[in-house]
Design a protein around this ligand. Structure first.
Ligand SMILES: [Fe+2]
Ligand SMILES: [Fe+2]
Length: 195
């Protein structure tokens, strides 16, 4: 393996890493949107999917600005976040309410990861004098920060609603199985009534 000695080579590596991460997020978001039962959370995931597609295009433009072909490099960081989600869903049987809160946490962890990566990429692009690349990467960074704020707000309101419901039902911890309604059925009902 050749030794990496230049900031440009490191920048390129980090860019490939992020390209892989965004492509992974693009595949994950529709799944998260279908798992969420809170209409607000589903909407937030769908909205961020649109932004993610734009972020991928921005990364492709950055690649072309540095004269490189857009390609990803397997990123264990994002794979770890994905595995954490997948294992939780398999190993636990969260109520719809707990699942929604879990999904906001999983999303927030992903946004923090992306924010850290883009902050580094923007600094490197500026150092290298890649002004246009820095601008595109800053746009992606701004969207990740907005997405983080949104899921944090949703998480707080979900927890607040559960605290109210919990005190009404005298500390009941599980609400899904009692009604005997399937998750999909409950979700459809929620969507219908929310229109
Ligand atoms: Fe992203
Ligand atoms: Fe994101």
């Amino acid at each position: 393996m050749a030794q990496m000695t230049t900031p440009k080579a490191l920048f390129e590596h980090e860019l490939k890493d992020m390209y892989y991460a965004e492509k992974t997020v693009e595949k994950m978001l529709p799944k998260l949107a279908s798992e969420a039962t809170s209409p607000e959370l589903t909407k937030a995931f769908k909205h961020h999917l649109g932004e993610t597609k734009q972020q991928i295009k921005n990364l492709e433009r950055v690649f072309s600005q540095i004269g490189k072909r857009a390609e990803g490099e397997k990123c264990p960081g994002i794979e770890g976040l994905k595995t954490e989600h997948d294992e939780f869903m398999q190993e636990n049987d969260p109520s719809t309410e707990m699942r929604d809160v879990f999904l906001t946490g999983a999303a927030a962890r992903t946004e923090h990861y992306e924010i850290a990566a883009y902050t580094g990429l923007v600094s490197m692009a500026r150092t290298l004098g890649e002004t246009d690349a820095a601008r595109l990467l800053t746009e992606n960074l701004r969207q990740e920060k907005e997405a983080l704020k949104k899921v944090e707000t949703i998480s707080k309101s979900l927890l607040k609603a559960q605290k109210t419901n919990g005190s009404r039902s005298n500390g009941s911890r599980r609400t899904t199985s009692r009604s005997g309604t399937s998750t999909a059925g409950r979700k459809a009902t929620t969507r219908r009534t929310s229109r």
